[in-house]
Design a protein around this ligand. Structure first.
Ligand code: 8YV
Length: 312
């Protein structure tokens, strides 16, 4: 019998192939009766493969007494109960770095899309409205000030892309970083007052839940844009939707939502938003690289080596 792995969510086919070849894999999302599968295999499972969307809660981790490692597909690990993993000495790994460029690309695309009204312009052409009149003017991206919420790997990659567009960068986070030349704020309302674009790039989870609240949104003001490529949980979504409906902010470019895949109904009819279905890392190349990292972490652990990208 090989090493037994419980998998909560599908991975790219090339990665699935190797996972199936090297381990005895139990596919939880396909089980007609989740409880029955767990009852049968829980006592033998040594590895859990999950994602930054599905995660692993306390009840799942505690149901697996022999669990040694959770290898997660995605950089964000907010739906994994890290405290529980620590208590039980379970290693948790994620997939940082390999997705940074793609997520930063989507951040810039969403910013341009909402500021230049690209989805609306596309509809304008398709619906034959162009022959009847000109498309309204939009806002220039160059010359604006961007406040990045969370200047980690992805936040810095966004800054590197935004600067050549003539955007000035500032940032908010838990601490000042001496390695960057940008102005730091320890107060999010203060930064929102000073910027045109609020770029959300921080981790999700308890510490950042709702930090972009009604006061921050109000401080951003009627000419301000929000872009969120991080987690829907970081923003008070009802407050943001209200501000968009009432034109208290200029617009939003959103790849993530509080209750995916459900998107607040109001957003679907607004012309000052650009929406994406959580696709920051969703390219063939990057999803494959993420999957390979999931496999490498598992392989290292079960070969008695240190894992490559450990969270705890
Ligand atoms: C994935 C992500 O969509 O890395 C993350 O944190 O949000 C995305 O790359 C997700 O983790 C897996 O479906």
């Amino acid at each position: 019998m090989g090493i037994e792995i419980l998998q909560t969510t599908p991975l790219p086919p090339a990665v699935e192939e190797i996972l199936q070849r090297d381990y005895q894999v139990h596919r939880l999302w396909q089980a007609p009766d989740r409880g029955a599968l767990l009852g049968e295999v829980a006592g033998r499972v040594r590895g859990l493969v999950t994602s930054g969307s599905v995660g692993a809660d306390r009840s799942l981790i505690e149901a697996l007494p022999k669990l040694e490692i959770i290898s997660s597909f995605g950089v964000g690990y907010d739906p994994i109960d890290i405290d529980c993993a620590k208590e039980r000495g379970v290693i948790v790994t994620n997939t940082p770095d390999v997705l940074t460029d793609d997520v930063a690309d989507i951040a810039m695309v969403l910013l341009l899309s909402v500021m230049r009204r690209i989805p609306q312009g596309d509809q304008f052409v398709r619906q034959g409205l162009w022959a009847r009149g000109k498309f309204p003017l939009t806002d220039k991206m160059g010359g604006k000030v961007m406040g990045i919420v969370g200047l980690g790997r992805i936040g810095q990659a966004i800054a590197r892309r935004a600067e050549p567009f003539g955007i000035e960068i500032r940032y908010f986070g838990p601490r000042r970083k001496d390695s960057v030349p940008y102005r730091y704020y320890d107060n999010l309302v203060a930064m929102a007052k000073d910027v045109d674009i609020l770029m959300i790039a921080c981790p999700g989870g308890k510490e950042t839940a709702g930090i972009v609240n009604a006061a921050v949104i109000e401080a951003l003001g009627p000419k301000g844009y929000i872009v969120n490529i991080a987690r829907g949980s970081v923003v008070d979504e009802p407050a943001m939707v209200k501000a968009l409906v009432e034109k208290k902010i200029a617009g939003a470019g959103l790849d993530v939502f509080a209750n995916e895949p459900h998107v607040p109904q109001e957003l679907l009819t607004l012309d000052n938003v650009a929406l994406a279905p959580h696709v920051g890392s969703a390219t063939h190349e990057t999803r494959r690289a993420m999957g390979e990292l999931v496999l490498k972490n598992l392989a290292a652990h079960f070969a008695g080596q240190p894992v490559l990208t450990r969270v705890v």
